[in-house]
Design a binder for this molecule. Structure first.
Ligand code: PLP
Length: 376
């Protein structure tokens, strides 16, 4: 069934590519087909597009171009950082928040197999606790990963507070602890201050901000890491492989197009949905404070898959929380549970907005959600 027939509210899973990005993508594919690593003149032009895109990203993220590496998506950005731990001669402790995306949490099995002590930091109500982090950090801790914004609940984490604790521990133990934050759901939705937070690494994805799929960014404070996939040495050996230049140029376009007006518009949609759901059988799980405007987690008395089907029959597409694998429902459920929503987990739903959603269709969604919850 064609997507145009639906009101689409699953923008945390992926967004529609904008006209501007699509145009940039096609133009770059047509006009800059030379491989940026070749030595002839057209290749130098491709290289220029690559470096201009990096400069745009650096300007938007307020970091140095030399600290940014283009990848095939946030999953790869995360994988480069976490797999680099496998170089260590002596494994240590790794701390992941319990609400991390599977791109992070799935590393727990391979790390454990290689002797690492992987521990999970709780996230009551969707927020990690700095006090608990302090209890978990030991002399053996080598890496802490806390996402900037939860993709399931939309809660914004105190990255600045967590990093400052980690830096204090580093000083006490006299050894480095790598602090990683997955900022995929923060980009364009809330303030990102990579340098101010003092994180060592961060991941981003183009397709969450109306850019193309299969393109992401890795930020590295030090400008390098011991990568497992040096390959042909592209991206300074951090991510080998021929650069996806059309997607990279389109990603830069999506970054240029991030606007505070869109944030305001999405904030209005969020307020409208919340107010229309008051006094109904739909329970809003995402707290009104310290959460991004584009994600609202909800629950109804029905099992999620039943509610999703009923909403789809009424022309609305939302999700149960995460769309990244067959296992996604289980993963989203575990996030709801670790946030303290064990009762609601089976009936949990996620609405996620983009600038393309209107007030009218949001009012329609509220009505459909209420009907579904009443009939349940
Ligand atoms: N991290 C978070 C928080 C996400 O929401 C997603 C995508 O759903 C990813 C990582 C993976 O991003 P990509 O699709 O670019 O690999």
């Amino acid at each position: 069934m064609a997507m145009q027939q639906f009101s689409y509210f699953d923008n945390a899973a992926t967004t529609k590519m904008s006209e501007a990005c699509l145009e940039t993508y096609v133009k770059t594919a047509e006009e800059y087909m030379a491989n940026p690593s070749a030595s002839y003149a057209p290749a130098r032009e491709s290289r220029q597009v690559l470096e201009e895109s990096r400069m745009t990203a650096a300007r938007v993220l307020d970091v140095k171009p030399s600290q940014l590496f283009f990848t095939s998506g946030a999953t790869e950005s995360i994988s480069i950082v976490l797999s680099s731990l496998l170089w260590a001669k002596v494994p240590g402790r790794v701390i992941f928040s319990s609400i991390e995306h599977e791109a992070v949490s799935s590393f727990s099995s391979v790390l454990r197999e290689k002797g690492w002590d992987v521990v999970f930091l709780g996230a009551r109500d969707g927020f990690v606790s700095i006090d608990e982090l302090e209890r978990l950090i030991t002399r053996e801790t080598r890496l802490v990963a806390i996402m900037s914004v939860s993709n399931v609940l939309g809660t914004i984490q105190d990255i600045r507070g967590a990093v400052s604790l980690v830096r204090a521990k580093e000083a006490e133990y006299g050894r480095r602890i790598f602090f990683f934050t997955d900022s995929v759901q923060a980009l364009g939705k809330t303030c990102i201050d990579l340098a101010g937070w003092d994180v060592d690494g961060a991941s981003f994805s183009a397709h969450k901000i109306h850019g193309p799929r299969g393109c992401g960014l890795l930020y590295l404070k030090k400008g390098s890491i011991q990568s497992l996939a040096h390959a042909g040495g592209q991206e300074h050996g951090v991510r080998g492989g021929t650069e996806n230049l059309p997607a990279i140029a389109a990603f830069a376009q999506a970054l240029k197009d991030l606007k505070s007006d869109d944030e305001r518009h999405i904030g209005m949609l969020n307020n409208l949905l919340r107010s229309l759901l008051e006094h109904s059988r739909v329970k809003v799980l995402t707290p009104g404070m310290n959460s991004v405007p584009h994600i609202i987690a909800l629950s109804t008395p029905l099992p999620s898959e039943v509610a999703l089907r009923m909403l789809q029959d009424r022309g609305f597409i939302i999700s149960s929380g995460s769309a990244c694998s067959n296992n996604a429902r289980g993963k989203a459920e575990s996030v709801y549970r670790s946030a303290g929503f064990a009762q609601e987990a089976k009936g949990a739903l996620r609405v996620s907005f983009s600038r393309n959603n209107t007030l009218q269709e949001t009012a329609g969604l509220a009505q459909a959600l209420k009907e579904v919850a009443e009939n349940g």
